[in-house]
Design a protein around this ligand. Structure first.
Ligand code: LRH
Ligand code: MN
Ligand code: MN
Length: 388
């Protein structure tokens, strides 16, 4: 355990990464959805699969739901099912992107009747949060236009504000609203919440319990995402991450797969911004496993986040600061790179074993027989929602 100090290990022990229920369902591109043997047939089975990820990693204590993909008759029953398996129900995601009524918008729509329907959907999501014990309502809006002149850009911002205000007013206690931005897609000319600035402006107008959600795949290529992380933390408005990785656009690949260094830099700014859990920024995954097995895909993902967190915790903050103050460019850069290049995997494996976890969770899961069992037991799994 040479590289990781007791301080670092106790910080890592508190790390929790929320899994998206939809990562366990079938998904694909607009060209083809491949079915995967063993795919869950209902939300109960998705949660059982998520609990497996937590069982072999102790890193994934909660599962995010997407409504209506995860609609059930009784959310208290789903909650108990999750708790029996050692996990909690987490963020509730609304969905206003798969209904014909929302072709020209939902919370921003010109027609008050359509806005009413979309607001009511969010109020229903808050009722679900009351039953599941969830803290966060996550809103991503697929709203925008394809052609200049098609939409009244300014009127839509005003209507968005009014709609969000009504939703926000329904939250109670510790509940929060997190507003996710995305620079394009499905709309190609303008998007109503395209960037962190718009999301920030909208949530700042609501109140303290409204925050920004940063999905790492939702920026133009070359965007300095860690700078946005720093700024939102500085402003006290970073509520959550949707982690994934991308080569081109919103690829939803395994976090840390395309650019581990970027993940390291992002986590470093979280730590620099106050620590891993202070302020309380939810670490969530938002991924799809189109061609690889889903449970191992999620295990790989949470391990990638843990590894980059361990490396970010290794940054010698004092040496870095001294180099920055003295204007020693190369020394400052070297402090960061020394931490990034440290292979923490052997130390993490040893630490896991000391806590009764498999040293290699990928191997631990493979040896458990769970994958073979679900492949034999489950026939006719559901789609994650994309293309459904
Ligand atoms: C949109 C998005 C958003 C949705 C999820 C399924 O691209 O990132 O978070 O809820 O994908
Ligand atoms: Mn997302
Ligand atoms: Mn996305």
């Amino acid at each position: 355990m040479s590289t990781l100090t007791p301080d670092i290990l106790s910080t890592l022990e508190q790390q929790g990464i929320e899994l998206p229920s939809w990562a366990f369902g079938n998904s694909g591109t607009r060209f083809k959805v491949f079915t995967t043997p063993g795919t869950p047939r209902d939300p109960f089975e998705k949660i059982a699969d998520a609990a497996e990820v937590n069982r072999v990693t102790a890193l994934a204590p909660s599962v995010a739901l997407h409504i209506p993909w995860d609609k059930v008759d009784d959310y208290a029953v789903l909650r108990r099912h999750a708790e029996d398996l050692g996990v909690a129900l987490g963020t509730i995601n609304s969905n206003t992107f798969q209904d014909d009524d929302y072709k020209f918008g939902a919370l921003t729509h010109e027609d008050a009747g359509v806005r009413r329907k979309a607001i009511d959907h969010h109020l229903e999501c808050i009722d679900i949060m009351d039953a599941t014990g969830s803290r966060d309502l996550k809103i991503w809006l697929a709203e925008g236009s394809n052609y200049p002149g098609q939409a009244d850009l300014r009127g839509r911002q005003d209507r968005l504000h009014e709609s969000l205000q009504e939703i926000y007013a329904r939250l109670s206690g510790e509940q929060r609203l997190v507003l996710e931005y995305k620079f394009f897609e499905p709309a190609f000319y303008h998007t109503d919440v395209p960037d962190w600035g718009t999301s920030y402006a909208q949530v700042a107008a609501l109140g303290d319990r409204a925050m920004v959600c940063l999905d790492t795949g939702h920026h133009a290529p070359g965007t300095n995402i860690e700078f946005i992380v720093m700024q939102l933390l500085r402003l006290g408005k970073l509520g959550s991450f949707d982690f994934n990785s991308r080569f081109y656009a919103d690829d939803d690949l395994i976090v840390g797969a395309a650019d581990p260094f970027q993940l390291f830099r992002i986590v470093y700014e979280v730590i620099r911004g106050g620590g891993l859990n202070n302020p309380d920024v939810a670490f969530m995954l938002d991924q799809c496993h189109n061609v690889e097995k889903k449970i191992p895909g999620q295990i790989r993902s949470v391990l990638n986040v843990q590894e980059m967190t361990a490396r970010a915790l290794l940054v010698d903050a004092e040496a870095l600061r001294a180099a920055q103050v003295s204007g020693d460019v190369l020394a400052a850069n070297a402090v960061l790179m020394d931490a990034f290049y440290t292979d923490v995997r052997p130390a993490l494996a040893e630490w896991r074993e000391s806590r009764g976890l498999p040293a290699d969770p990928m191997a631990g899961f493979a040896a458990s027989g769970y994958q073979e069992k679900i492949e034999a037991d489950r026939v006719g799994g559901v789609q994650a929602g994309w293309g459904a």
